[in-house]
Design a protein around this ligand. Structure first.
Ligand SMILES: [Zn+2]
Length: 269
């Protein structure tokens, strides 16, 4: 199991859902009811191809640490995950940055600077660094910004090819929460509050944010406050389970991303 021997396999994501985004989102749920959330509708088709500007932060010896081919390949893998909503991505430009400080990237020190110096409006700006210390203050595989935030996604070079990190961060970029989100309240296993708690999506079962074995089963088993046993979607891209278990997004996740794109990020080329 190559992925489990990868030192980056257990590194997760540093994306933080802003309180203002969560509050506005929960109010929108209350105002609109279930139907507008796309609960009963099939996946729509966006029919869009969006441009990514890639920035590669070189190390102190001037090494890239990642190839254009491997980034293009990772983008292709991401495209298969987004194909059901007819959304794809294409790298329009590679930019090499000879500031080795950024190769040991620190959100708190560097993001404003990078935003001012290396940012192409109307494209998705994707930065590749040797290490990424995200907004949660720990090293992560990647982080991005929720809709309304900057069009920036940061990826650790060693995680780029894991088949999940790019799609996961792009999921946040288009408004998806983690399947184990609790900033909205704790989602119950019986589904009774699935529209107003957790990831606010009902076709992703409650997720304790636990861990899984190589069989891609929750391990150890966990129960919620009602004594029901969690059966999370181990393969969901917005979970923290291993990339080796990756399956995809759900219908309602696609619908939510389409809604978020049309509302908050439709200025992208
Ligand atoms: Zn995440």
């Amino acid at each position: 199991m190559l992925l489990f021997s990868n030192a980056f396999a257990q590194m997760n994501c540093g994306t933080v859902a802003p309180r203002t985004f969560i509050n506005a989102d929960m109010q929108a749920v209350k105002d609109s009811g279930a139907n507008q959330r796309g609960l009963f509708f099939p996946v729509d088709c966006l029919g869009k191809k969006l441009s990514i500007t890639v920035y590669i932060f070189r190390d102190s010896l001037g090494n890239d640490g990642i190839t254009q081919a491997s980034i293009n390949s990772a983008v292709q893998t991401m495209n298969t995950d987004f194909a059901p909503m007819c959304l794809s991505f294409e790298v329009c430009r590679f930019v090499y940055v000879d500031n080795y400080n950024y190769n040991n990237y620190n959100f708190f020190k560097h993001e404003d600077e990078v935003y001012n110096l290396y940012y192409t409006p109307n494209t998705i700006n994707m930065y590749f660094s040797g290490k990424v210390l995200g907004p949660t203050g720990i090293l992560v595989c990647g982080y991005s910004h929720f809709p309304g935030g900057r069009d920036m996604i940061f990826i650790t070079k060693g995680c780029a090819g894991d088949g999940k990190t790019l799609s996961h961060e792009m999921g946040h970029f288009f408004g998806l929460y983690h399947t184990f989100e609790t900033g909205t309240g704790v989602e119950l296993i019986n589904g009774s509050n699935c529209l107003t708690a957790g990831d606010l999506i009902c076709d992703t079962p409650a997720d304790p944010g636990g861990s899984s074995g190589i069989d891609c089963q929750l391990n150890p088993y966990l129960a919620d406050i009602n004594g029901n046993w969690y059966v999370p979607q181990i393969g969901n891209i917005m979970s923290y389970y291993s990339p080796a278990c990756k399956c995809g997004f759900t219908t309602q996740q696609f619908n939510r991303m389409i809604q978020q794109f049309l509302t908050n990020r439709n200025y992208l080329w």
